[in-house]
Design a protein around this ligand. Structure first.
Ligand code: HEC
Length: 131
């Protein structure tokens, strides 16, 4: 009998804890996710132009269409298999070479517009669709 009362007491306490937890929850609104405002991103409409206009394909496509500098990427599967590395290079993460390179001096140039980096990031976040 004592055990039963003790168990009921524990059950009562856990209800109380649950209530205080519920009350404490939604003071701060969920943080704003940049991708909510810009998804869906299209590989063809958004990603290919970023990689074309910044000469990424020019240097990283295999010859004869490109210079064949590794890593080679030129279509959806090859971009997907290098997507994490590509993202870090355009974010200028210090663990990799900062991209893009200048096509004559072969040295890193300024970062892409943040909106383009966000588009690449959000495309990866959405599962890198071939759309
Ligand atoms: C002018 C030629 C050129 C252009 C343009 C260029 N790259 Fe590169 N990229 C290189 C060279 C050279 C390397 C270094 C290869 C090496 O030494 O291993 C490199 C390396 C990389 C790497 C591997 C980085 C690492 O540290 O392992 C990635 C990923 C990459 N580039 C992505 C890009 C992207 C994305 C763009 C466009 C925004 C771009 N590149 C534009 C020449 C270029």
């Amino acid at each position: 009998m004592r055990i039963l009362i003790f168990l009921l007491f524990l059950a009562f306490c856990s209800l109380f804890l649950q209530c205080t937890k519920d009350k404490a929850a939604p003071i701060i609104p969920p943080s704003f996710d940049i991708c909510d405002s810009i998804n869906p991103i299209s590989f063809t409409v958004n990603i290919v132009p970023i990689l074309t206009e910044n000469n990424c394909f020019h240097c990283h496509s295999p010859s004869p269409s490109g210079l064949g500098i590794p890593p080679n990427f030129f279509d959806h599967p090859s971009v997907v298999s290098n997507q994490d590395l590509i993202l870090r290079t355009i974010q200028h993460d210090p663990s990799v070479r900062a991209m893009p390179y200048d096509t004559t001096t072969f040295t890193s140039i300024s970062k892409l517009d943040q909106s383009l980096i966000d588009e690449f990031y959000c495309w990866v976040q959405s599962g890198s669709p071939d759309n």
